[in-house]
Design a protein around this ligand. Structure first.
Ligand code: GLU
Length: 351
């Protein structure tokens, strides 16, 4: 049975929700993309070998009838896939749809259901290109809908509650799992299977949900949504940006391969504070000579990659505290504006 393990906890939190009529309730649109929150397995004890993106959004909404107390909820299926298969064209489709919906006075907030593996990339992309102050909340789950103690139903309930709340306005795109609210700019997946996987080690969560109440403590100060200059309304593709991982005994041939395959930008998942081997450095410098923008991030998992005099000399950009996968998102959008590394560095310092 779907979601059978979790409905009792939803019942508890619903007690704080007042009895409002349909007209008083906000209108929240759920855009579904798949992932574990739409996952299904034959076995209730299977929490890893299931099929992700198996259930459609109508089935998921029906399984959480408590949503009706929070908002007038309707669903729309964008795709139904594991998030490792989300690509640039899906990102553009999703962003454009969200902007169209939020421009309407009939939509008060958006929830996006998403696989957790690349959730932070979609969240940060939307954070940079959504043109509205209305809440946009990305939600996933770590256990499929069929599992004992499935986390999807309450995560979805929380997401709709956040998307319905006035306090969530103008906070950039938000991410919720495990009763926490994270900012798209800061949050990252930190554990392969645990339900408390989404964390932001240095900046912290922006809020939490407790006793059925949405509470905010912080807000992201990096530019987002209505203050962002990035606009995808006229784009049907994004520049190719690849990520290259640094390791002992690495070489330059992956840099050459990326350049030959048409990369306009390369993000380096450098060691430590963005360091690279001499051989990788040669590959990166030659890529710059061919007009490719190199952005140094780090494989470490947290911390800022500092910008040194040598980076100016090499015409390298540094990623501030963006991890490689989020640095790729910003570099793609930056390259829609300019190829000038100095200007792109300004974006990395601001967004
Ligand atoms: N790999 C799948 C995805 O990202 C399942 C992971 C998840 O959703 O937790 O969609």
């Amino acid at each position: 049975m779907l979601f059978s393990g979790s409905l009792s906890s939803v019942n508890a939190s619903k007690m704080t929700v007042k009895n409002l009529t349909k007209n008083d309730l906000p209108n929240v649109k759920i855009l579904a993309t798949g992932g574990t929150i739409a996952g299904s397995s034959q076995s209730s004890t299977d929490t890893t070998g299931y099929e992700s993106g198996a259930l459609d959004i109508k089935t998921i909404i029906k399984a959480v009838p408590e949503l009706k107390k929070l908002a007038n909820v309707s669903g729309e299926q964008i795709v139904n896939i594991g998030s490792q298969n989300i690509n640039n064209s899906i990102l553009l489709k999703l962003a454009k749809r969200i902007n169209t919906l939020l421009a309407s006075k009939d939509v008060d907030g958006i929830v996006v259901t998403h696989g957790t593996d690349t959730l932070e990339e979609t969240a940060y992309f939307l954070n940079l290109v959504v043109k509205s102050q209305k809440p946009v909340v990305i939600v996933g789950s770590m256990r499929p809908a069929t599992a004992i103690s499935a986390d999807g139903p309450l995560n979805l309930y929380n997401a709709v509650e956040i998307a319905s709340s006035k306090e969530a306005k103008d906070k950039g795109v938000l991410v919720t799992l495990n009763d926490r609210i994270g900012a798209a700019r800061y949050i990252t997946k930190t554990n392969t299977t645990a339900t408390d996987t989404f964390k932001s080690a240095e900046q912290g969560y922006v809020g939490e949900i407790a006793g059925g109440k949405v509470v905010f403590y912080n807000e992201p100060i990096r530019k987002h949504t209505t203050k962002s200059i990035f606009n995808v309304s006229k784009l049907d593709k994004l520049p190719q940006v690849d990520i290259l991982y640094t390791y002992q005994n690495d070489n330059r041939y992956l840099y050459d391969a990326a350049v030959n395959a048409g990369a306009k930008g390369i993000v380096v998942a450098g060691s430590g504070n963005g360091s690279m081997s001499d051989t990788a450095l040669e590959g990166a410098k030659d890529a710059v000579k061919k007009g490719v923008v190199i952005t140094k991030s780090s494989r470490v998992g947290s911390g800022i990659v500092t910008h040194e005099a040598s980076d100016d000399k090499d015409k390298f950009v540094t990623s501030d505290s963006l991890n490689p996968q989020k640095a790729r998102i910003l570099l793609m959008l930056a390259l829609t504006k300019t190829k000038n590394p100095k200007k792109i560095q300004d974006y990395f310092d601001e967004y």
